[in-house]
Design a binder for this molecule. Structure first.
Ligand code: C2E
Ligand code: MG
Ligand code: MG
Ligand code: MG
Length: 282
């Protein structure tokens, strides 16, 4: 009857809730162990000058080589890591590994003095009071120059920055680190924060690039971001470029930098030297 049905459903919901919570705890512990056990690795996707195709930067993208499930992409674990806080030790590992590997490229691959390395910072990391200390320590440890490091924050972080966030981002900027706003255009923010924060670059979200050829509105958003970047003297990077036509349209509207499968897929560390070797950077 109905009462039974309701009770059963409630019971099932409670059960689901507990399994979910248990699952979250177990997966959180698993990810924290993975950081310690060297199960994470980075792939690097080049960012190029749209006019020449020259590589100006590489973005570090985390992967998890899971002992049972194989190679996992960030979509499978970064959101949970953000919820549980495991993203903080994970992000510290990512920053250290990217700086370490890039410091090696600088000494072994000619012409890479100017190469920048982009690292994604999660909102949780930006909220940590000791973020600047952690970054300082890693730069000293690895010898990677602050001026070659780009930290990508999401528009959500920039949306309503509290004083701590503003102070930390300014401290990073004072060291010569460049702050880039990732997935730009997907938030609902007023633009005033762009003047309050020491932001040096905007990355146009892939969703606009995907539709740029067929959808006039997506094209207008891309154009608006390029104009905004010009007005604020920021670099603008279009992400997710998959076709020559998208690349051409972006170049025509004055976008200087791009990233996407059309140019390069994310590369294993061992393949990075191969694409960087012929590069001449100004
Ligand atoms: P993101 O920072 O916006 O990185 C770009 C994502 O788009 C990457 O996915 C990249 O492989 C993908 N991509 C690049 N070009 C193309 C293209 O032409 N077509 C398509 N369809 N996709 C393209 P990935 O590696 O799966 O990373 C997804 C997201 O996970 C990243 O988006 C970033 O938000 C997050 N993430 C990755 N690594 C880290 C990390 O170390 N820390 C944190 N906190 N987040 C990370
Ligand atoms: Mg990014
Ligand atoms: Mg992005
Ligand atoms: Mg994106």
């Amino acid at each position: 009857d109905l009462a039974m049905y309701v009770a059963k459903r409630a019971g099932r919901r409670r059960y689901e809730f507990f399994t979910e919570a248990f699952d979250t705890d177990a997966r959180d512990a698993e990810l924290r162990r993975a950081v310690d056990n060297d199960e994470l690795l980075l792939h690097y996707q080049p960012i190029v000058a749209l006019d020449s195709g020259d590589i100006v930067a590489v973005e570090a993208l985390v992967r998890w080589n899971h002992p049972e499930r194989g190679l996992l992409m960030p979509g499978a674990f970064v959101e949970l890591a953000e919820e549980t806080g495991a993203v903080v030790p994970m992000g510290e590992w990512v920053l250290r590994e990217a700086c370490r590997e890039a410091a090696v490229w600088r000494t072994t691959i000619p012409g890479t003095d100017e190469l920048r390395v982009n690292v994604n910072l999660s909102p949780q990391q930006v909220m940590q009071a000791d973020l600047v200390d952690v970054v300082d320590r890693i730069l000293v440890e690895t010898g990677f120059p602050a001026a070659r490091l780009v930290l990508e924050i999401t528009e959500g972080v920039a949306l309503e920055p509290d004083e701590g966030v503003v102070t930390r981002l300014q401290a990073l900027r004072e060291r010569g680190i460049n702050i880039s706003v990732d997935d730009f255009g997907t938030g609902y923010s007023a633009l005033s924060y762009l003047r309050r924060l020491p932001v040096g670059a905007l990355k146009i979200d892939r969703s606009f690039i995907t539709d740029i050829v067929d959808d006039p509105e997506a094209r207008q958003v891309a154009e608006a971001v390029v104009r905004l970047g010009t007005a604020f003297r920021m670099y603008v990077v279009a992400e997710g470029i998959e076709t020559a036509e998208q690349a051409r349209m972006l170049a025509d509207m004055g976008c200087v930098f791009g990233q996407g499968y059309y140019f390069h897929r994310p590369l294993e560390p061992g393949a990075v030297a191969g694409v960087l070797a012929p590069v001449v950077l100004s």
